[in-house]
Write a protein that binds this ligand. Structure first.
Ligand SMILES: [Ca+2]
Ligand SMILES: [Ca+2]
Length: 254
């Protein structure tokens, strides 16, 4: 059994270590429905979902998901990844290979966040495609139709049960600023700065992440999963409180 100072030391160490407790949250299933900007939603976070109309050539529905609100609701401090998934319930074939994701954009109070994109699924147009090209496809509302993704880099057609992942593990070179470190006005400093345990991870909830997503066309549904983490910045005041409690405990025992 640990004696009291060793126990306190281990507790303080546990608090100071940026233990990354990642967890997945199903943000729900979405579908565009006429007329613009109508949409359908099945999920637990409807109060954080809204939509807007964007007109580029023609009118498109853009679904807006208040991720900061959802993160506050589930107790997450950082957003580590987003995954858009085709559930296998759409139409598949040469003319429309699953849900066509035209826009997948994370805006924050610091600007548009950089992410690392990857595709997993049966659509040969996207297998092995680079993060840069996938990112270009979903950077803007500009899709034409789902069948043209071999030559037209405006969207990602997920294919049956395919998925597109946008990860925020670390800031990309040339990305706009420091993501996930916190500190902007909050006095929290950079996460991981003291432990030397790698780069800061994720998008901080305090930067008010908002996801804007658009599926080119109507009627094809997709699910969005989020990977959040509760990655608290070490709190010296908490460690001091524990030390104080331990000292009081020791006094009582004598
Ligand atoms: Ca399609
Ligand atoms: Ca696009």
């Amino acid at each position: 059994m640990l004696d009291q100072p060793a126990l306190v030391a281990s507790i303080v160490l546990a608090i100071a270590s940026p233990a990354l407790a990642g967890f997945e949250v199903d943000l729900g299933t979405f579908v565009n429905a006429p007329p613009v900007p109508a949409y359908g939603y099945v999920g637990a976070y409807g109060t954080f979902v809204s939509s807007e109309m964007v007109t580029i050539d023609s009118a498109h529905t853009v679904i807006r998901i208040d991720l900061a609100g959802i993160m506050n609701a589930v107790g997450a401090t950082h957003l580590d990844a987003l995954q858009v998934i085709d559930l296998g319930t759409n139409t598949y074939g040469a003319t429309s290979p699953g849900a066509d994701i035209d826009l997948l954009q994370l805006s924050t109070s610091q600007g548009i966040a950089s992410g690392t994109f990857s595709y997993l699924g049966p659509n040969v147009a996207h297998i092995g495609e680079s993060s840069e090209i996938l990112g270009t496809r979903v950077a803007a509302v500009d899709a034409i139709s789902g069948s043209q993704d071999l030559w037209d880099q405006t969207h990602v057609s997920l294919g049956q049960l395919g998925s597109l992942t946008m990860a925020f593990g670390s800031p990309l070179a040339g990305g706009p600023g420091q993501w996930g470190g916190g500190g902007e006005g909050g006095g929290e400093g950079e996460s991981g700065g003291g432990g030397g345990s790698g780069p800061p991870s994720g998008i901080w909830v305090g930067h008010l992440p908002l996801l804007r997503v658009s599926e080119a066309g109507y009627g094809e549904s997709f699910r969005i999963m989020a990977t959040f983490s509760d990655n608290p910045v070490p709190a010296p005041s908490a460690a001091l409180l524990l030390l104080g409690a331990a000292r009081r405990g020791r006094r009582r025992r004598r």
